[in-house]
Design a protein around this ligand. Structure first.
Ligand code: PHB
Length: 387
């Protein structure tokens, strides 16, 4: 009897020790459906980080648990996040490609007291929804406002805006309009395109008929970027002298080569280009090529996840594997690193990212298309949260 009790106790102790030696990161994102690449790039970004730094943060193993929303599907995202907390006992929630999914999970982060690291979803308001949310990607106002300022100073006077009809689109349109009109520019017309399976042709025709100097665009990266550029090309807007100015989602590195030469000359503002010239980006791209050799080019989602994993590793190391959400958030506030995209930090006031925003132009180099950076705005905070 005594022997059995001591064996049971030994097991229990081993269990406790084990529980402290592993930290779990539950990743919620689409891995199937129209937005499947978002999840796949998150996974590759996290694995690229682990390729460079190993699977341990200090003495603690960091385990990734993946859940597919098949989304956009806020209800599924919420249920999966709840299951990750209750059943899988994850220490962090992470991922979130799409705003509606991030918004739905923010309540779970608050109730379960789990740090929630957003690798992409980019509507300004997301980080205000829970004190446990922080973001390693971008916000649409942070990207769009500098582009409006730049366009007004660079001979663009009349703009037609075209954005996806959901919160990130509204954020992009409002921030661009504000800075562009403040610089003397005029918005001639604004349209919103459906989030699911849009047909861009009629919207692009309306843009052509309005005869603007440029069309400002935000659509979620990936298939929609290709769809928009195809319609823009087929309707002959470039020939009519109309430029594309957009958030970098439209010239997403992951699908840029699939757009063909129609994309050449597109001007975008963004936080990451695979062509960014730095030692950190080289190391990141090398690790990515090793973990995802057939996955195509890395993009901003891959980097959002890579940096998010870096942040998680620092928290796990500093807390020695015992994750307390309030202590974790204190470490996250003010965190700084040299990312593959350039210097980044987390604003201690808003838990949102502060970073360089680059202006880029699509150019062909050695037979491939790249977003080539030509100007920048340093240390940009989310203007969506400025009074
Ligand atoms: C979002 O839903 O927040 C989102 C999705 C795709 C992007 C950017 C933002 O390219």
């Amino acid at each position: 009897m005594k022997v059995i009790v001591s064996i049971a106790l030994a097991w229990a102790c081993m269990g406790a020790a084990w529980a402290q030696d592993v930290v779990k990161v539950g990743v919620v994102a689409p891995f199937s459906g129209a937005f499947a690449d978002y999840g796949k790039q998150f996974d590759a970004g996290m694995k690229a980080f682990q390729k460079l730094k190993g699977d341990k943060a200090g003495n603690t193993k960091v385990e990734i648990v993946i859940r597919d929303t098949g989304g956009p599907s806020p209800e599924v995202a919420k249920r999966l996040a709840q299951e990750l907390v209750v059943r899988d006992k994850v220490d962090f929630l992470a991922g979130f490609g799409l705003t509606p999914e991030a918004m739905a999970v923010s309540d779970v982060a608050t109730q379960a007291k789990k740090p929630m690291i957003v690798f992409n979803a980019a509507t300004s308001i997301i980080t205000t929804k829970s004190p446990y949310v922080a973001r390693t990607s971008m916000t649409l106002p942070q990207i769009s406002a500098p582009l409006g300022t730049w366009a007004a100073k660079n001979g663009i006077k009349r703009v037609f805006t075209l954005v996806a009809d959901y919160a990130p689109g509204t954020d992009a349109q409002n921030a661009f309009t504000k800075s562009f009109t403040a610089g003397g520019g005029q918005i001639v017309e604004s349209v919103r395109t459906p989030l699911q399976s849009p047909d861009f042709a009629p919207f692009v025709q309306r843009a052509k008929d309005a005869k603007p100097d440029a069309v400002f665009v935000f659509v979620p990266a990936g298939e929609q970027s290709i769809g928009f550029m195809k319609a823009f090309n087929e309707r002959g807007l470039a020939q009519a002298g109309i430029k594309v100015i957009a958030t970098g989602d439209i010239t997403d590195d992951h699908v840029l080569n699939a757009m063909g030469d129609a994309a050449i000359g597109a001007i975008t503002s963004f936080h990451y280009s695979a062509a960014h010239d730095s030692p950190e980006n080289k190391a990141f791209l090398q690790a990515y090529a090793q973990v995802a050799p057939n996955a195509g080019r890395a993009n901003f989602m891959t980097v959002g996840a890579f940096d998010g994993m870096n942040l998680i590793y620092d928290v796990v190391t500093k807390l020695n594997g015992k994750i307390d959400a309030d202590k974790a958030m204190e470490i996250i506030k003010g965190w700084k690193t040299q990312s593959p995209r350039g210097p980044i930090s987390i604003d201690p006031e808003t838990r949102d990212i502060v970073q360089t925003i680059y202006l880029r132009k699509v150019e062909k180099r050695n037979g491939e298309l790249w977003n080539i950076e030509f100007d920048k705005f340093d240390a940009v905070k989310d203007p969506g949260k400025q009074p």
